[in-house]
Design a protein around this ligand. Sequence first.
Ligand SMILES: *Cc1c(COP(=O)(O)O)cnc(C)c1O
Length: 365
Amino acid sequence: MKPKQSIIHLPVYQPGKPVEEVKRELGLKDVIKLASNENPFGCSEQAKVAIQNEIASSSIYPDSFSAALTSAVAGHLGVERNQLIFGAGSDEVILMLARAYISPGDETIMADETFPQYKHNSEIEGAVIIEVPLKDGTHDLDAMLAKVTERTKIIWICNPNNPTGTIVRQDELIAFLRKVPSSVIVALDEAYYEFVTDAAYPDSVALIQQFNNVIVLRTFSKIYGLAALRVGYGVGHADLIHYVNQVREPFNTTRFGQAAAAAAIGDQIFMQSCKDRNSEGRSYLCEAFDRLSLPYFEPHGNFVLVDTGLPSKQVFDALLRKGIIARARWTYYPTHLRITVGSMEQNEKFIQALEEVLEEAAVLG
Ligand SMILES: *Cc1c(COP(=O)(O)O)cnc(C)c1O
C-alpha cells in the first residue's frame, strides 16, 4: 500500500493542548486555555436554543443546501444566495477551494508565516507552494504579486494574519487586486473579521462585486463562539462558488451547526458585546506588554503575538505549570507566544503568570 506522493511528508495537525489533558498531566485544578482563539464568552443564548430545537431531528439528514442559513447570511451580508458556500468550518472551504481549482503542478502563493491550512490542502492537490516572507509581520503584497506566473491558481491572504494579527489595508488590497490577473483566485481569509476595529480594514464583501476572482472566507468558530459545531463559509462571484459547490460533500454541515449559525448571525447584540470585550482585553494585554517592555505585533484579531525574549518552549512550559495554555510553534518567531484574548479575569491571570515566569527566568538567568 502506498499513499499518494504528495501526502507522504505531511504532518498530522497539532491542535492546542486540551484543558482536560493539562489538568490530568499536571494535577492542576484550574487551567485556562488561551491557545486556539476560541471565544471566552461562549456563544449566543439564541444559538443554544436553536441547537436544542434540533435534537429531536437527529435521525434526519441536514439540509444539503443549508437553505435557511444561506438566507440568513445572504441577508446579513447583502449578497445573493448563490454567492455563498458553507463548509465544516472555513477549514473545509479552504479544502474545497484547493480541491476544485488546483491540479498537480499548479502554483499557489501564500505568506510565510500564515495559517497552515492553505499550504496543507494545496500540497495534497500537488501544487507548487510559493511562500513569501512577511514584512514586519504583514503580508508583502508587492512581493507576492511578483511571484505570479501563468501557472498561478490561488493567492491566499490571511487578514488579520494568523499568527501575527496584522492586517492588510483597504487601499493596499485594492491596488493589489487591480494588478492580479483575473484568472487567479484571491482567497481572503477573514476568520477574525468581526474583531477588527481599524477603519483602514477592507470592506471585502463590497469588493467581490468588482473582482470576480475574490472569495472571502469567514467562520462561526471565532467571534460567534461555535467552534465545536464546525460552520464556516465562502462568499464570492456565483460562478466561482458554483465550482466549489461541485466538490462539496452532500451533508458537510450538520443540522445543529446550520441552526446555531443562523441564530448566531441573528444575534448581533451578542456579537457586538464580544467585540467590545475583546477590544478591551486586547488593549489590556498590549498595555501590560508595553509595561514589561515586550515587543508585539499590532493585533487586530482576538490574539496577540508577543516576543517574550526567551525560548518559546521554555515560556510555554513554565506557563503550563501555572495552568495557562498558550501557543508557541512558529518557525520565524522562536521567542514569541501567541496568546488568545480571554475574559478580563483570564487576561489578568495570564499577565500575572507571565510576570512570574519572566522574573524566575531572570533570577536563574
Ligand atoms: C480559526 C481559523 C480558521 C478556521 O476555523 P474553522 O473553525 O475551520 O472555521 C480559518 N482561518 C484562520 C486564519 C483561522 O485562524
